[in-house]
Design a protein around this ligand. Structure first.
Ligand code: MN
Length: 714
């Protein structure tokens, strides 16, 4: 176990300005908190965070990352709280530790192998500060190094799979090749130990048989390049057992046929030398077709650059050759960690602020507009268009960013979406229109009585949610148009002295080009057809009689009766916004006398009987509809008042206080006129009914600084 001073010394070796005191405090704090806890290996638990910190010194990380590594398990596994960390180590460390803790929780939640890709994206998206990801990766490296101590084979396998599917690709994603290879090899040992052992045995056998084959090939390659005047460092290695195994799998070949198990690396001084070295190799040895790749002119998305080629090399052995500069080499091994060094001037330890590369990387990630920055492609924002949330059971739901609990509900199941009434986000009840964040746990509260709300369409972002809401609105709307149309027709028939019978409409369907009686009735409800048109088509004699101004004998119009369907049509079960709309001019409230105006294609618009706008419908009485309030309805309605107040300090607060005392909820406020003495304004208030609004108006009138109050008309 690395001792306190050793860790500090290592950090100071690359960062003389490191916060020594804070590292010491973190070391002691973590040791105290983990106390006598033990690892599966029997080592004190505390050895783990120290090793993780040690791994990070290899990447010359800043003291904040080192401290985070020391503290990374304290919140999850010890009595320490987030507040303790924030208080003792400051907000930056607090945020980093919180990030690593969250990632660890995700790990515990999801062991679905098929969600690996989603999880990988989630981890990237959640590592808003790349240091969170680096600490998490180092944590995983150490856990994998000590994996064999874990007794439960199921658990070992799960952790190894996760490493293979999530963490190794993540390490590669940010260019940390060395880490990726170690993670892969450790996971491979657990998952396919036998295959790995036999590949290693085979490699050993070949090595013995061929003598120092790699050495001989190396010698020849070095000589060849030297003779051509290219100065280069050449190294050779066998490929890793895992990469050999992958090739055997992919190409479905046995070990015997797999000849290119050796890879050689040529490191030169400049990009020009890379291509010169390539020319030398290609002119000396026959090329293996389709193996040449130029990642210098086209870098891999993680910033990797190199020339790759395959040749039948010395002694006719098939080998792979990678050619690159020293800078490219370090970037390929250390990933983002190598980047800073070169930007700051050839690797010299200039001013002891090497860890700046991290900040700069974060900066690049934040403002990814610099095209010549080859690490631009490493940007984590690629997942910014998504959020990843969890169900209470830990299932992962990926949604577009800006998604709301309603989108979440529909993504879980259409039924859940249709019946959702509320949502708990991370255990707290939140409005359905809230925006979800990465890692949120979302619990949807449903009710059988609930149906999709047309207003949801304004804030949902997923196509599925939108389509379901629209479909529901359409079917509902149609049902309401049919109800409304029937009520209108019943009344119209009655006025002419007939009882309404749907059967009587069957004969005129063709004339109106409607496929069914319901469709015809819906047209009336929607206002595309008038009741008079329908009645006079069903009873053509009415038209001619009217024209002759002859009153039919023996038939008197029946008197209208309020208790029958022929009377006022109650706005009951008619959902506002669908078949019924409240006029914006007069803001009718329950208790007001009202009248409906049939508007083509929109159903009915409700006005107060004294609304000035009704004048424009005076010439078209057939559009008027006698309607009444549904008494049982307890919904809030918007009333509008017009008031003039004195222009003096505190008046507005007086107004809002009076309204609030009377349990009115202000939904809008607009100042319409302003003089040196007076303010005139319009206020929309949510009230139960007209009486409620009248009370508020009365209370306002009784207030000294208020000059006048009227219910707004138009
Ligand atoms: Mn850990």
């Amino acid at each position: 176990m690395m001792r306190q001073f050793e860790l500090v010394e290592r950090v100071k070796s690359y960062d003389p300005a490191a916060d020594e005191d804070a590292i010491n405090r973190a070391y002691v704090f973590a040791m105290k908190m983990h106390g006598s806890q033990k690892r599966a290996s029997g080592d004190p638990y505390f050895s783990h965070p120290i090793e993780v910190a040690g791994i990070l010194t290899r990447y010359r990380l800043d003291s904040a990352s080192i401290i985070t590594a020391l503290l990374h398990d304290t919140i999850e596994d010890t009595p320490a709280t987030q507040e303790d960390i924030d208080r003792l180590f400051g907000a930056e460390i607090g945020r980093l530790v919180d990030g690593v803790t969250k990632l660890s929780r995700i790990e515990l939640q999801s062991d679905h192998a098929k969600q690996a890709e989603n999880l990988r994206k989630l981890v990237l998206a959640m590592s808003e500060d790349i240091r969170v990801l680096l600490v998490k990766l180092a944590d995983r490296v150490h856990n994998m190094r000590t994996l064999h101590y874990i007794g439960n084979p199921e658990k070992r396998r799960r952790i190894a799979l996760e490493t293979m599917e999530i963490y190794a690709p993540l390490a590669e994603r940010i260019g940390m090749q060395e880490m990726k290879i170690e993670l892969e090899d450790l996971a491979f040992t657990e998952l396919h130990g036998d295959a790995r052992a036999s590949i290693i045995a085979r490699l050993n056998f070949l090595r013995e048989q061929g003598g120092d084959l790699i050495g001989r090939i190396l010698d020849e390659l070095r000589r060849t390049l030297e003779e051509a005047g290219v100065s280069a460092t050449v190294s050779g290695r066998e490929k890793t057992p895992y990469s050999i195994w992958l090739k055997m799998q992919r190409r479905n070949v046995g070990f015997e046929q797999l000849s290119d198990i050796m890879a050689f690396r040529v490191v030169v001084d400049s990009v020009e030398d890379c291509y010169r070295a390539l020319g030398v190799v290609h002119s000396r040895y026959p090329m293996v077709p389709n193996r040449f790749k130029d990642y210098i002119s086209t870098p891999k998305p993680n910033g990797y650059r190199s020339l790759h080629t395959g040749v039948f090399g010395p002694e006719r052995h098939r080998i792979e050759v990678q050619i690159r500069t020293q800078e490219m080499h370090e970037v390929s091994e250390l990933g983002v960690a190598a980047h800073w060094k070169y930007k700051q001037g050839g690797g010299r330890l200039t001013d002891g602020r090497q860890y700046r590369w991290l900040r700069e990387l974060l900066d690049i990630l934040e403002h990814a507009s610099n095209p010549e920055e080859f690490l631009e492609h490493t940007k984590l924002e690629m997942f910014q268009d998504q959020v990843f949330c969890f169900t209470p059971k830990g299932d992962l739901i990926a949604l577009p960013s800006g998604a709301t609990p309603v989108d979440f509900a529909y993504a879980v199941h259409s039924e859940v979406g249709d019946t959702c009434v509320g949502a708990k986000i991370n255990g707290r009840i939140m409005p359905l229109r809230s925006r979800l964040g990465n890692g949120d746990q979302v619990e949807i509260i449903t009710s059988r009585a609930q149906t999709p709300n047309p207003t949801w369409e304004r804030f949902v972002v997923t196509g599925k949610a939108r389509a379901r809401i629209r479909r529901f609105v359409r079917t509902q709307q149609r049902a309401q148009y049919v109800d409304l149309g029937r009520a209108i027709l019943v009344r119209a028939f009655r006025q002419e002295g007939y009882d309404f019978a749907e059967k009587s409409l069957e004969g005129v369907l063709k004339i109106f080009k409607q496929p069914s009686v319901d469709d015809l009735i819906a047209e009336v409800g929607e206002g595309t057809l008038t009741a008079r048109e329908v009645v006079s088509t069903v009873f053509p004699e009415l038209k001619t009689q009217r024209a002759d101004n002859v009153v039919p004998l023996g038939r008197k119009p029946k008197p209208e009766r309020k208790d029958q369907a022929g009377g006022a049509i109650p706005i009951k079960g008619l959902i506002p916004g669908m078949a019924v709309h409240f006029a914006g001019c007069c803001h009718p409230l329950p208790g007001d006398r009202i009248v409906g105006i049939v508007t083509t294609g929109k159903g009915v618009t409700v006005h107060t009987i004294d609304c000035e706008n009704l004048e424009q419908y005076a010439e078209t009485p057939e559009r008027w509809l006698d309607i009444s309030w549904d008494e049982a309805e307890g919904k809030a309605h918007t009333g509008r008042i017009d008031l003039v107040v004195n222009n003096e300090p505190g008046t507005l607060s007086t107004v809002t206080t009076v309204i609030a005392k009377n349990v009115g909820n202000i939904s809008n406020l607009k100042i319409t006129n302003r003089t040196t003495e007076f303010f005139e304004m319009l206020i929309d208030i949510e009230v139960r009914d007209v009486k409620h609004l009248t009370n508020i108006i009365a209370a306002l009138r009784a207030t000294p600084s208020i000059n006048s109050v009227e219910r707004a008309r138009n």
